[in-house]
Design a protein around this ligand. Structure first.
Ligand SMILES: NC(=O)c1ccc[n+]([C@@H]2O[C@H](COP(=O)([O-])OP(=O)(O)OC[C@H]3O[C@@H](n4cnc5c(N)ncnc54)[C@H](O)[C@@H]3O)[C@@H](O)[C@H]2O)c1
Length: 353
């Protein structure tokens, strides 16, 4: 408290604030997922406040909504106390660097972000009787021994490796959320997010899809860690945001975290081949050593989300790759990406079937 908060000079249109749905705070609102969520909440009639320290987030992610009269952006680190007068109805906590190179750059701050940051936001929720959402992660399952991963699986996580600041931080945050719920009766919603991709990922993000697309568009070697037989499940951002909104609006709060992700599983090698084919790239695939604690398999069991939220991913990989590739092409200066041939799109579609 008492810490100076700098309000970004984002121009705002004069006009009536909508706020039909109330006021939502999105911590991490300038990031990849956060900026899409802010946009969706504004479209749904909320007044939206994005709160971000801009560690990995970018102002240009907010350019589509910066002039909306119902949107405000505050520069603040959630590790620091929040202003008590920030009255809100709903809080979404997405603040945390999500890709390994970024969260490992300052592991202690990453851990503090998940733990102290969650406490600060939970205290804000408590003060204003706000509903609060936590963006947790499939990383809480570590290198899973159960496949696919249902919410009831407790995971297989290294407590002291280079990924632990993120994995254990997110596990601790889940504990805090449900302890605040049991202790103070706060309405909490916790989503365990599996690999998600789409426009507004950073070209240097360091995760599979962005790495492969950027390397393919540049004609650089495509870097596959290990043999590439490890699997991932890739969800397009629009599907995920729909899942967030459904979980937040569910009439009854699930008393446990909920998996949100695409259950269609790919080997990393297959994904590299699809991206090369899709972008018509001349890139070659090269192998590099597998990072420490890299999970071998990832696939969500989304039975709960299907049954209780009526949610499942709808966007085919071909469509998601088209949007994401066009985005990166524009970010990299354009004219590298030639619209995919039909045969390529169908190849991708087949792989998602
Ligand atoms: N994208 C995925 O596939 C994925 C998967 C699992 C979980 N998640 C979770 O979803 C959330 C958003 O992920 P993303 O992919 O958009 O990542 P991102 O790095 O693009 O977004 C994170 C945002 O949080 C901000 N931030 C980081 N630390 C902060 C702090 N201490 N105070 C205030 N702001 C801070 C960053 O500047 C950035 O804008 C993260 O919590 C991440 O752990 C994402």
């Amino acid at each position: 408290m008492g810490r100076v908060i700098k309000v970004l000079k984002l121009d705002t249109k004069p006009g009536r604030r909508r706020a039909d749905q109330g006021r939502a705070l999105v911590a991490g609102g300038a990031g990849f997922l956060g900026s899409h969520l802010c946009q969706r909440l504004l479209a749904d009639g909320y007044e939206v406040i994005a709160l971000d320290n801009f560690h990995t987030g970018k102002r240009y992610n907010l350019s589509a909504i910066a002039r909306d009269a119902s949107f405000t952006c505050i520069r603040h680190d959630i590790v620091e106390e929040l202003p008590t007068d920030l009255a809100v109805d709903e809080i979404y906590n997405l603040a945390c660097p999500a890709s390994p190179p970024h969260y490992q750059a300052d592991p202690i701050h990453t851990f503090k972000t998940s733990v102290l940051g969650s406490i600060n936001l939970l205290e804000l929720a408590r003060r204003h009787n706000a509903k609060i959402f936590q963006a947790s992660t499939s990383e809480v399952y570590g290198d899973p021994l159960v496949h696919p991963q249902p919410e009831g699986y407790f995971g297989n996580v290294n407590t002291h490796g280079p990924r632990s600041c993120y994995d254990e931080g997110k596990r601790s945050a889940e504990t805090l959320f449900f302890d605040y719920s049991r202790t103070y009766g706060i309405d909490v919603r916790v989503a365990r997010i599996f690999n998600t991709y789409g426009p507004r990922m950073r070209p240097d993000d360091g995760r599979v899809v962005s790495n492969f697309i950027v390397q393919a568009l540049r004609g650089d070697d495509i870097t596959v860690y290990g043999s590439g037989t490890q699997t991932r499940s890739f969800c397009f951002v629009d599907d995920l945001i729909e899942g967030f909104v459904r979980l937040m609006n569910a009439g009854v709060a699930p008393q446990h975290p909920v998996n949100l992700g695409n259950p269609v599983e790919f080997t990393v090698m297959k994904m590299a081949e699809l991206v090369i084919d899709y972008t018509n790239s001349r890139s070659c695939i090269v192998h590099r050593p597998l990072p420490v604690d890299d999970p071998r398999q990832r696939k969500p069991d989304i039975s709960f989300a299907r049954q209780h939220l009526g949610w499942e991913p709808k966007v085919a990989l071909s469509e998601g790759l088209a949007h994401t590739t066009a985005y990166f092409d524009a970010v990299l200066g354009g004219r590298r990406f030639i619209a995919p041939r039909t045969v390529q799109a169908s190849t991708v579609r087949e792989a998602t079937a």
